[in-house]
Design a protein around this ligand. Structure first.
Ligand SMILES: [Zn+2]
Ligand SMILES: [Zn+2]
Length: 286
């Protein structure tokens, strides 16, 4: 692996915000800034974060597992900024490398470099050398993706911390909004997403490959709206579903399906059942 430079702003965000949350949350609770309405708002904003990552950044931009109406795509990219998980351009470029080079040094969040490396340490080091040469042509030519990338950082901080503070003000406490809707929500939604790169490559069932690390894990699927069926996803990455059974908790696939019924999504890609069964049998016997 090439030598990479420490990224101080990323460290402030990834380590500083969770630490600040630990100090600020008890204070906010103590002074009564945590109104019931702010907790409800925090839950809704958490869902928006996860949904924009799974439906937008992951299954639409990274894998093109369906085509979205421009309005839906715009909304997913717009609200996706609030996750502060970098622009969809950078996120998808890294994610495609993760699939292409799974479990090797070229995988940006290679689990074989350790659980915490895959979880978040990989983001503490800049990898800017020739970075933009690695961006796939379809993303370079995607106007909405490029637009989001251009305005990403000011938008991200406003959406992630400014908006919760303003909403908190109207729900009883600007400080409560900032701490619970901003700091705590960011910490929860980002680390739940990161669990897919760490825990979903460590804990669970390898249904589709004995040699690779991706796992199916229903608990992680619950936290991340379906992304925990990761063994299936690595085997059939272009399928718009991650949980393939009707009872698999995958709200992302249900939402994409509903979008297709109202004209907001089309060309949903699926893998034939026979191919899935064959892959599972081969993995068991191999
Ligand atoms: Zn993975
Ligand atoms: Zn993926």
């Amino acid at each position: 692996m090439q030598k990479r430079e420490f990224d101080a702003p990323a460290a402030c965000l990834l380590i500083g915000v969770p630490v600040l949350t630990l100090f600020m949350l008890p204070y906010a609770l103590y002074i009564g800034a945590a109104t019931k309405a702010i907790w409800i708002y925090m839950g809704i904003h958490y869902c928006v974060d996860i949904f924009c990552i799974t439906t937008g950044y992951h299954r639409l931009i990274s894998h093109k597992s369906y085509e979205a109406h421009p309005v839906l795509k715009f909304l997913l990219l717009f609200f996706g900024t609030g996750t502060i998980q970098n622009s969809a351009l950078v996120w998808a470029t890294d994610h495609r490398l993760h699939h292409q080079f799974e479990d090797t040094p070229k995988d940006p969040y290679n689990i074989r470099q350790g659980f915490w490396w895959a979880h978040f340490k990989w983001m503490l080091y800049k990898d800017h050398k020739d970075y933009f040469k690695r961006i796939p042509p379809d993303l370079q030519n995607d106007k909405l993706v490029q637009l989001q990338h251009r305005f990403f950082f000011p938008m991200a901080f406003f959406m992630s911390f400014g908006v919760p503070t303003i909403i908190g003000y109207f729900l009883g406490s600007a400080l409560g909004g900032f701490v619970i809707g901003g700091l705590l929500r960011y910490t929860l939604s980002s680390h739940c997403t990161f669990l897919i790169n760490s825990a979903a490559h460590t804990f669970g069932k390898s249904r589709f490959s004995k040699s690779l690390t991706a796992r199916d894990n229903p608990f992680l699927a619950f936290l991340t709206f379906g992304e925990g069926y990761h063994s299936f996803h690595h085997k059939f990455q272009n399928d718009y579903r991650n949980g393939i059974r009707w009872y698999h908790w995958d709200p992302t696939k249900w939402a994409i399906f509903l979008f297709s019924k109202v004209g907001l999504a089309r060309n949903l890609k699926t893998t034939p059942d026979a191919r899935i069964q064959l892959a599972e049998t081969e993995s068991l016997s191999g």
